[in-house]
Design a protein around this ligand. Sequence first.
Ligand code: NDP
Ligand code: 2IT
Length: 451
Amino acid sequence: MAVSDHVDLETFMAGVEKRNPGQTEFIQAVREVAQDIYEFIDDKEQYHAAQILRRIAEPDRVVSFRVCWEDDNHNIRVQRGWRVQNNNAIGPYKGGIRFHPSVTESVLKFLAFEQTFKNSLTGLPMGGGKGGSNFNPRGKSDAEVQRFCQSFMTELYRHIGPDTDVPAGDIGVGGREIGYMFGQYKRITNRWEGVLTGKGMEYGGSKMRPEATGYGAVYFLNNMLTHKGLSMEGKTAIISGSGNVATHAAEKIVQLGGKVLTFSDSSGYIHDPDGISQEKIDWVKHLKTVKRGRINEYVEEFSGASFHAGKRPWEVSADFALPCATQNELNGDDARMLVKNGISAVAEGANMPTTLEGVKVFHDAKIMYAPGKAANAGGVAVSGLEMSQNSERLAWSDERLGQSLTDIMLGIHEQCVEYGNSEGGYVDYVKGANIAGFKKVADAMLAYGVM
Ligand code: NDP
Ligand code: 2IT
């Protein structure tokens, strides 16, 4: 065997930092995974010798392109688009597209890296990718969004395909945007194929896909509770965000007998001490996806609720916290406040919403804490099932998809317990998810040899 480059964690991370200058989100995501993987592979020379972690932390490719479009006032606008294809060892690249002004190459590289482990955990054959643009859909007309999406796909189409790379939605990309992009792909290629997931029900979309991420996150939370002999009934939850993931997480908590107290967006959060009922959730869904309004409008509609401008909901006391908006929205101070207020479990609907310091606070306090790559995997899992349905030219029933989602989330929980169980019965879900997600991808890479 060749002499392996058996460097320690800090030397490895110094290399990551040197090769990715200024890419703070990407470096953060790699560190969070690397600290667990280093422990796991300590006595497994084959992974060191083949440089597996070093290779997973280097995207297969990053495609960057210009996206030009014309706004309603006939100004020519120039945006940047990317597709990060991180790893396709176990299946075609798979992961969402994000349209938000905060999108950078670093953000998409962190998301594609995380997606690689998440997709592995689902048990389905999907590699990891992510794409997006710094385009801001807020305040744009439908016609402007359509022109942007068509221009974006006019470049992206050459890099994707149903057996190559299958994008989906994420922040700022929902049913409307997927429709415009799928239509443009079909028009350019003259092929109707399952190249995107999250499609409309009329044209090859899957039942349960809109609900899957939020529902799955709550199933995962419920699995953690059941593992400890606890239940959701009568408990309170604070949720950040008010988009796809947040509203469907709220819906499932209400169905399981819990009470949801908050929603937020980038302008602040609303607190409804009476609880956000299904009727109120439906109102928020309409506000966000049809009216495209702001969450502060909630307090004009429902008396008893208050709006807290510029703040996040973590100051409200509750049993559970579900960050469902964006990365790094829950820091060390927020985590300490949650612990002080007696939080018992945290399940991440968003990707990497908790900072490394926040994660440490939860672990030190032995809080049940489910990282995004485990808790929010239900969305991409049902995307994987949408790919299966498109391949066999069939549409499965709600019941079948609902059961599959439940089973997949249970399977992810079991893998986390297997690899994350530590002394005293405390489950380190971060470690469990990292190791279980890594092992399958790593073993596939070993099978292929050096490439
Ligand atoms: P949506 O676009 O539907 O909703 C995003 C929500 O988060 C909005 O309420 C938005 O508020 C808020 N938000 C976005 N950026 C920020 C920010 N910088 N600061 C504060 N609030 C912000 O997106 P999704 O619900 O789909 O995605 C939410 C999270 O879940 C993301 O982290 C995404 O990666 C993750 N995720 C999504 C999956 C999916 O299937 N959709 C699957 C797995 C994970 P505003 O309107 O003010 O921008
Ligand atoms: O972060 C994610 O897992 C998603 N945005 C969903 C990806 C997908 O391909 O459904």
